[in-house]
Write a protein that binds this ligand. Structure first.
Ligand SMILES: [Zn+2]
Length: 91
């Protein structure tokens, strides 16, 4: 399947070691290392944590630079808008 602009390959910066966040710490809204725009790579993003209607936890990342909007699953993988809408519809 085609992969959109959310192909997060930020190899220019190798901060590989991402410690697994403890469950329950949902208040990590402020600048968290590792969240960057999937399109332009800027870290000037706003992210919101929410749950889809089927209970799937997702993060919504909105870029201030290029206005790219990206959905991420709880493990950090990108979700397509279609997938998000699909899950919302199936509730
Ligand atoms: Zn961007």
């Amino acid at each position: 399947m085609p992969v959109g602009p959310q192909n997060t390959r930020s190899s220019r910066r190798s901060r590989a070691a991402r410690p697994a966040p403890p469950l329950g710490s949902l208040t990590q809204a402020a600048h968290r290392e590792g969240t960057a725009c999937g399109s332009c790579g800027s870290e000037r993003v706003t992210q919101l944590s929410m749950s889809l209607t089927d209970g799937t936890p997702v993060r919504f990342v909105s870029c201030h630079v290029c206005e790219e909007r990206t959905w991420l699953s709880s493990d950090g993988g990108p979700l397509s808008v279609d997938a998000v809408l699909d899950r919302t519809r199936k509730a």
